[in-house]
Design a protein around this ligand. Structure first.
Ligand code: DOR
Ligand code: ZN
Length: 336
């Protein structure tokens, strides 16, 4: 049976800049109504002018496609209330990276002292600007996210009116934290619903599956699947589609990131069907939950997927996609 998805939203997307932007932005813009655009460019997006200029570059690149780039700023503890007031209408969220934790995050935050963060986070809370967080400590790689959960909780407790989104969660500990605090929400990627560390490094090393946070244990994946498949109202789809040129992935120092944007809807349709979840739940996971959480009024789009085989391309303009050269059960038939 065909599946119709209305107004798909990707609430965590890396579009990059320059030639890479030109390669990847049209692929998301074709099937998604909008996406939350990550600010970790070099240099990061840190001013109102940066936001506006980057948004315009994205819009130029996608031409006539009906697609809204929901912009973000790279968190700095020095942002003042007046600066945030001024930039408020241009952004949908602020993204916080711990310093050095992932690609282009060197200018991120080096400590979570509540008093130091208070002026900026209180202003964001008052202005209703959501805070998206890459939640990993500098600890042992498999423990980094679980170790970050107490920091999420400390922030949630001290700033009860600040909407905090735990980005790309990968552990059962993060899933459990969701229901402990009213103001904690989460995005979940496609790849973390499908793979564990075994897929990345259990056999031959698979660089195109290497990302931050790294895929975890089977029980973690199960916990993520459970909340995604039932479309828990506090979770939403965020691909964390993070393109790197093939040479940067197939290299002794492999860049972190899995490129999923052009195949995400097809693979999600198959995943939900194989796990016995309803199309209604997929619809909530891919759009309605995000609309409610972020209070969005996105451009209406309808994507019809049919049960026709889709062979995932080997590469999109030099970027190897997730599940490349495998056959998926669903193809995109039409986009209205
Ligand atoms: O794997 C990742 N890649 N995780 C991130 O947090 C950043 C991203 C990127 O920008 O490449
Ligand atoms: Zn990301």
């Amino acid at each position: 049976m065909p599946i119709s998805l209305h107004t798909p939203l990707d609430m965590h997307l890396h579009l990059r800049d320059g030639d890479m932007l030109k390669t990847v932005a049209p692929l998301s813009a074709r099937t998604f109504s909008g996406a939350l655009i990550m600010p970790n460019l070099v240099p990061p997006i840190e001013s109102k002018e940066d936001v506006i200029r980057y948004k315009n570059r994205i819009l130029e690149t996608i031409g006539n496609e009906q697609f809204t780039p929901y912009m973000t700023l790279f968190f700095k503890p020095t942002y003042s209330r007046s600066f945030l007031e001024e930039v408020r209408d241009e952004i949908t969220a602020v993204k916080l990276y711990p310093a050095g934790i992932t690609t282009n995050s060197e200018g991120g935050l080096s400590g979570f002292d509540i008093d130091e963060l208070r002026p900026t986070l209180e202003a964001m809370s008052d202005l209703e600007i959501p805070l998206c967080i890459h939640g990993e400590t500098g600890g042992f790689v498999m423990d980094r996210e679980a170790e970050f959960v107490p920091i999420y909780e400390k922030l949630a407790k001290h700033f009860p009116n600040l909407m905090i989104i735990m980005e790309h969660i990968t552990t059962k500990e993060s899933v459990e934290a969701l229901d402990r605090f009213e103001n904690l929400y989460a995005t979940i990627t496609l790849h973390h619903l499908m793979i564990t560390l075994d897929d990345v490094a259990g056999g031959m090393l698979r660089p195109h599956l290497f990302c931050k946070p790294i895929a975890k244990r089977p029980e973690d994946r199960e916990a993520l699947l459970k909340v995604a498949l039932k479309a828990h109202p506090k979770v939403m789809f965020g691909s964390d589609s993070a393109p790197h040129p093939r040479e940067a992935k197939e290299s002794p120092g492999c860049a972190a990131g899995v490129f999923t944007a052009p195949i995400a809807l097809q693979a999600l349709a198959e995943l939900f069907k194989k796990n016995g979840a309803s199309a209604e739940n997929l619809q909530k996971f891919i759009s309605q939950n995000a609309q409610k959480i972020y209070n969005l009024k996105p451009i209406q789009k309808e994507v019809v997927l049919t049960e026709e085989h889709f062979i995932v391309p080997k590469s999109y303009g030099g970027v190897v996609p997730f599940l490349s050269e495998t056959t998926l059960d669903y193809s995109i038939h039409t986009v209205i």
